[in-house]
Design a protein around this ligand. Sequence first.
Ligand code: IYR
Length: 234
Amino acid sequence: MTASPVPPAPYEPVPFVFERLTPSEQLRRSRAFLATMKARRSCRFFRDEAVDEELIVNAVRAAGTAPSGANQQPWTFVVVKDARTKAQIRAAAEEEERAFYESGAAEWRRALAPLGTDAVKAHITDAPFVIVVFAQSFGVSPDAETGAPVKQKHYYVRESVGIACGLLIASLTYAGLATLPHTPSPMGFLASLLGRPENERAELLLPVGLPAEGATVPKHALAKKSLEEILIWR
Ligand code: IYR
C-alpha cells in the first residue's frame, strides 16, 4: 500500500434542517424515551423465534447516523443469521470464555459473580440475529490516479464506534427487541471467521431477539446508580 493522501472533500456549508418541537412535545418524548430505556435489561436467554429483518436494518441505519471523528464512520456491522456461522461463533467464543473462567483472573471473576455469567453462550445460537460490530482502525480507499489501495488514518475510532453501539442498542430496545452486549476477550476470531479485512477489529458481539419464556435477569443488574451519583451541575 502506498502512503499518498486521498484529497479531502471541499468545505461546503448547507442549511441545518431542524424540527423545533413545542416544549410540551419535547417533555413528552423525553419522558417516553427514558421509560423505554429504563426498562431495558441485557438478556442472556433468547427465544428461538425470528424477528422482522427490517428492525435490524433500521437499527443499523440508526447506528450509522452516529457522530464520528472527522465523519469517517469507522464501523462495519456484520449481521449473522446463518445458523452454521452462529454455531461457529459460539464454539469459538465458548473456547475463549472457558479459558477465562478457568483462569486466574480472580479479581475480574469476583466482579462478575453477581451477574451469574459462565462460559456457556447459548444466546449466540438461540438469538435469531447476532450483530458483530467492527471498528475500522484505518480506512482504505483507491488512489484517484492509480486505483491502488491507500491507507487513511482514522481518528477517535473507539469513541466513535462506542457511540454508534449506544445508538444501535437504543434503537433495538426502542423497537421492542432484547440484546446482550457480549465482548469475548480476545475477539480476534470474529474477524477471521467473518472474513473481515485487516483494518477491522471486532468491538462488540450483540445477540438480538426476543427473550425466552421464563428468562431471568440478575437482580444485581437492576441496580443503576442514582441521579445524584452520576449527575453534577456546575
Ligand atoms: N466475557 C466474559 C466475561 C464477562 C465480562 C464482563 I466485563 C461482563 O460484564 C460480563 C461477562 C463473558 O462473556 O462471560
